[in-house]
Design a protein around this ligand. Sequence first.
Ligand code: ADP
Ligand code: MG
Length: 607
Amino acid sequence: MNAFKELGLEDHLVQAINDLGFETPSEVQEKTIPLLLDQESDLVALAQTGTGKTAAFGFPMLQKIDINSRTTQGLILSPTRELCLQITNEMKLYGKHCKGLNVTAIYGGASITDQANQVKRGAQIIVATPGRMKDMISRRLVDISKIEYAVLDEADEMLNMGFFEDITEILSYTPSEKSTWLFSATMPKEVSLIAKKFMNSPLEVTVGHKNMGSKNVSHEYFLVGARDRYQALKRLADANPEIFSVIFCRTKRDTQKVAEQLIEDGYSAGALHGDLSQNQRDVVMKSFRAKQIQMLVATDVAARGIDVDDITHVINYQLPDEIETYTHRSGRTGRAGKSGISMVIVSKSEVRKIKSIERIIQKEFIKKEVPTGMEICEVQLKASANKIHDTEINQEIEPYLNEINTLFEDVSKDELIKKFFSSEFTRFFNYYKKSKDLKSQSGSHPEDNYRADDNSTRYFINIGSKDGYDWMKLKDFLRDTLQLNQDDVYKVDVKDSFAFFNTDASHKDKVLEFFTDFKQDGRFINVEITEKKSRDRNRGGGGRRSGGGYGGGGRGRNDRSNRSGFKSESRGRRSDNNSSGRSPRRSSDFKPSGGGDFSRPRKSRRK
Ligand code: ADP
Ligand code: MG
């Protein structure tokens, strides 16, 4: 007997499951479906992303509702529009043999009238985001007073996004004798609170270790200099020609920037974050699903729960603020039994976080070196050889072959192969031949942490952890207020009541000028240049000395342009259009995705 039938599902649902190609129930499905079919009870189910939670609540709900009635009986709340649509589609597929089933999606950014009309036609199941749902309730466009089943999907994320009050309000319009099913990847305090508040002795289902990552995912980290982050990202992509990945950044701004930069450098990339319009987001997601975009650069919130199979790599361009978030990120890959790789690009100051993550995921990271230029050339060469080998012959080429054959009459196969692949190889070779390796200098004096060159300026600032800053928050604050680029602020070192940071000397005037009279919350924020601490000099009498410091000096032994081998690589945005030409991706293989139009934000975050 079919394993799904054994769980107690009716034939028409089993049929839909067959159509979908699901062969065996996942663990959460196996544990949840019989429980929910058997009894009318509340339930809390904890399972990581990608474990098939939608079907775990979807099938029981479909079996239990009355299709012949047009009353709304099931309500599924989910944190984002993207997820809402995803669940709706899934539910429609599950219920494709249920005649008369109407599953309606309710979410912001689309016509409320259209949604209301769909509901009016008799939606047995509503899948909604909390904001729009609340809105529709207050306008009396939906009636959830008779629902029997309420699902809180991705509950932890909904609470993270501040939907607690909306959920409370929405549920207050539902009857108290319904069943509430809560699904979550993690169980923070807030979720247990909600379980207490809204549920009666819920059944509990836990799959795998709490917070543990998928076993199909391997974890790697790459230690690089803080400002080599973007270069490292490009190399990781270049070393994996078939990459299909989600790249996580911490802020919307970085997300946008990295995506734009990638597009500019010829990669097929797109941005996904909250400053994009709904329509822009839809376009990006559609291209990504269709694999027209190879690299989706996203914020955590925007990418939460996105269910795209076959993602080969998750790249943590920056580590998340909350270490727990790492599990969600890496859960985007290694789905449906496939293997995946989660990569983390870290600078020296963050490397200790790797240990904390290892404790949470209960798995070890593999420390890897960013591929060298020559390694990339080799990979690319092999990939293009394989591609040519597997290319299907287009018969339309026939009429032109005579001429081509004549042209190559005096060229042997051996030679032809060399010539053909040289053209591909040379592109990457020229780009990478002069590049340095992106290893972070290790084993040196801790002060080498400070960009050991004369083009860097170190500052003192009179705010610190006492004021609620950690190094990441301070870095974001500085970049935002100073309108600097990603990685223009580095070596941020936060003490209790003050902190230090660096910028390139070229930003010195801007920084000092900006903070001349800068007040925040009624208090002057003071920035001064700190004296360069040189190991060659007598350290006594350190202290701060304004006006002097790191800046100014001539180009010394440690000049970055010497160290890097070619000048431009170390300069933020321009770094890639370096002396050896455009990025090698800028050619045949990779079409920039749809002009990158959709990756522009609707509004600027800047005040
Ligand atoms: P979650 O909500 O736990 O993150 P989803 O419900 O989005 O996971 O399911 C992840 C993917 O796995 C979806 O593409 C879904 O169609 C697929 N899937 C779900 N159950 C099964 C199954 N039993 N066998 C194969 N694939 C499944
Ligand atoms: Mg889900």
